[in-house]
Design a protein around this ligand. Sequence first.
Ligand SMILES: [Zn+2]
Length: 156
Amino acid sequence: MALRNIVTQGDPILRKHCREVDKVDDRIRMILDDMVETMRDAKGVGLAAPQIGMMRRMFVAEPEEGTVYCFVNPEILEAEGTQTGDEGCLSVPGYQGTVERPARIRIKGLDRDGNMQEYEFKEREAVVMCHEFDHLEGILYIDKSTNLYEVEQEEA
Ligand SMILES: [Zn+2]
């Protein structure tokens, strides 16, 4: 596994609509593993492929330590209710902002082995999944936040 460079706001790749993954093969698995390692190294809870410069529809997330989700070609099937909370993004270092998200979602997509999986998420997990899904559409949370503010960055 290897750490990947995280691209930051201003890079046009973060604004592109990502393309579907044709097949979950060893190359895709390797990239997903690199994404997990990169996310953990950066102390993030999620990372989408465009954030490492790949315009493909896939992301990884670890909303609770030790529980990693990989979604390839994800689809949000249902979104219900609203919740409001603060978010940050590894591609927008040094900032946080308040964003309104669905309270509950149902999402499906391929897992690391190429098998179809379907989950229901609520609370913080739903926020993380929606945030990462948005990356695949070229959307950043700062587009939706009403009150972006600066935060102190943790020293690596
Ligand atoms: Zn992000």
